[in-house]
Design a protein. Structure first.
Ligand code: GLC
Length: 565
């Protein structure tokens, strides 16, 4: 059995994007008390862990991923007392809070960065500052130290005239990368973790944590790329993580790292318990199956062969080497997956339930992103003015600079924007979807009139009820939590993803084999299926259509068959 299975196998996590979940004070922005007021809803779904996106003081240039103070609460979201109340109330319901630690960079409004700007050597050494040419000026700073590009577009370097130096920012210009080679920085980060541990927090998500260690010596990216090869899974990342985990007192906590453009080998090291790093990793390769040429901003229909291969590689590869995957389709940085990989116009329910069936029955820890359990879709925005995200706004311009018309650029942003996932949680059919009594910071999607929690709770045929069923299965069937996984061969060129789980010595009455079959297309598929002994464990069309050794999969159908005898 995978060594992580006993600790994590039957847990399900839920992600809250705090700005958009529930507002309690009418300012149009979600907050901590809002979350507390919705804990019964989350307990009813059956989740164990609640990842809440950053609520620390921040100028909100990147909605809280630009932290000014890691030990306090932004008044926008509430107070420390609100946080403590939330943690207490969550605990009563058997739910742990997972805090989001943004340790690769700070906001440029952080005290450390301000003191660096004031020329204090100690704090200059906290960041990646590089001298500019002696004759550099504000109007003519010369070439930046490297040709690296920021993940949000433009150069990854910013010139500071009063210091005559550049600083590195892999993200927004207000998010300055920390220098993890500096032991003082590592001390600070461990001490922040100890602060939250003392408050009883026992679960952490680490933002882009595989970018913390940069290759020494600044070099241009010879491929003309963004420079990622010089800082992704960098030279000391494992060493720094081990140190952070030990000194922060979080070994044994539930931890997950966001691993940008990572590799299987690195994720095995990040998550195999023998290494004492993290307990789970988010990797993103499966979410690139619709990137033309690997470019997020170039659309193509999803390549199902690529998706299947990625799932197989990561599921079987992590299993073989005792790593552990976080399982997900969706988060606050991704468009809604049912809009993206299904067809929400013609098969909204099937598309919204196919995707979780495919991943929740895999080996790992499933993460549900708010609203996914209701079948929320990309919003029906029609103008760039409705978007709020810095990346979307930058790329609307960059795409036009690359030669797209404004309409074409808008279409791409509409399909790829992070705001697709950030519209207010759809609680009910009222004008602001029950999210706020004020004006929401970002528009509500038009379909909240029929896709909403009030309409779905209590409806046994809702997307919400289907998620409840998937979560209950993970807790009730040991094979889901602990079983081995193996993908079937022979489906290349078809829209089908198929795998089986097996469990030796399954307890009496529970399944020892489960076969999962998913049809990622709007057309019926027929397979020969020697499955006569099996029963439907779960399926988004109810019972499987099995007849005379043939299985028919309907549009976007996912079904799991089980053997119990
Ligand atoms: C992660 C976060 C994203 C943020 C970025 C920089 O990818 O999920 O929202 O913009 O890191 O912190």
């Amino acid at each position: 059995m995978n060594p992580r299975a006993s600790e994590l196998g039957n847990k399900v996590a839920y992600q809250i994007y705090i700005r958009s979940f529930q507002d309690s004070d009418g300012d149009g922005i979600g907050d901590l008390r809002g979350i507390t007021s919705r804990l019964d809803y989350l307990a009813g779904l059956g989740v164990d862990l609640l990842w809440i996106t950053p609520f620390f003081p921040s100028p909100q240039a990147d909605n809280g991923y630009d932290v000014t103070d890691y030990r306090a609460i932004d008044p926008l979201f509430g107070t420390m007392a609100d946080f403590e109340e939330l943690a207490r109330e969550a605990k009563v319901r058997g739910i742990s809070l997972m805090l989001d630690m943004v340790f690769n960079h700070t906001s440029t409004t952080h005290e450390w960065f301000k003191r660096a700007l004031a020329g204090e050597d100690r704090y200059l050494a906290y960041y990646k500052f590089v001298d500019a040419a002696p004759d550099a000026t504000e109007d003519n700073p010369g070439e930046p130290p490297t040709n690296w590009q920021s993940k949000f577009g433009g150069s990854a370097w910013e010139y500071v005239p009063q210091l005559n130096k550049w600083y590195l920012h892999l993200f927004d210009v207000t998010q300055a990368d920390l220098d993890w080679d500096n032991p003082d920085v590592r001390d600070e980060m461990a001490s922040i973790l100890r602060f939250w541990r003392k408050k009883g927090v026992d679960s952490f998500r680490f933002d882009v944590v595989n970018l913390i260690s940069k290759v020494e010596g600044w070099q241009d990216d010879p491929t003309g790329g963004d420079g990622r090869q010089f800082y992704t899974d960098g030279p000391h990342v494992h060493e720094y993580l081990q140190e952070l985990v030990e000194r922060g007192g979080i070994d044994g906590c539930v931890t997950v790292g966001e691993m940008s453009s990572t590799t299987l080998e690195n994720c095995v090291r990040y998550t195999n318990p023998a290494h004492h790093e993290l307990s789970q990793a988010f990797s993103f390769h499966h979410l690139k199956a619709d990137y033309a040429g690997g470019d997020k901003w170039a659309l193509q229909p999803m390549d199902i062969d690529q998706l299947r291969t990625v799932f197989r590689t990561w599921q079987e590869g992590m299993q073989e080497q005792d790593g552990w995957n976080a399982l997900f389709w969706s988060n606050h940085d991704q468009p809604r997956p049912n809009s993206r990989f299904g067809n929400t116009d013609t098969h909204w329910y099937a598309s919204s339930t196919l995707l979780p069936t495919c991943t929740h029955l895999m080996q790992g820890t499933p993460y549900i992103y708010q609203g996914e359990e209701l079948g929320m879709t990309n919003p029906d925005f029609t103008s760039i003015d409705q978007y709020r995200d810095v990346e979307s706004i930058n790329y609307f311009q960059i795409l036009q600079d690359r030669g797209l018309t404004a309409d074409e650029a808008f279409h791409v942003v509409h399909e790829r924007s992070r705001d697709d996932a950030r519209t207010p949680m759809q609680w009910d059919g009222s004008a602001t979807a029950g999210f706020t009594t004020g004006t929401p910071w970002i528009g509500v999607s038009g379909n909240h009139t029929w896709i909403n929690a009030a309409a779905e709770l209590g409806d046994q045929k809702s997307v919400y009820a289907y998620y409840q069923q998937l979560i209950a299965l993970r807790k009730g069937e040991p094979i889901i939590a602990e079983g081995e996984i193996r993908f079937f061969d022979g489906y290349e060129g078809t829209p089908i993803i198929a795998y089986e789980r097996t469990l030796e010595n399954a307890p009496e009455g529970s399944a020892w084999r489960v076969v999962v079959l998913c049809n990622f297309s709007g057309d019926e598929q027929q397979l020969s299926a020697p499955f006569d002994q099996a029963q439907t464990l779960v399926g988004n069309y109810g019972d499987a259509l099995l007849e005379a050794g043939k299985l028919t999969l309907r549009p976007y159908e996912a079904v799991a068959l089980a053997w119990n005898d």
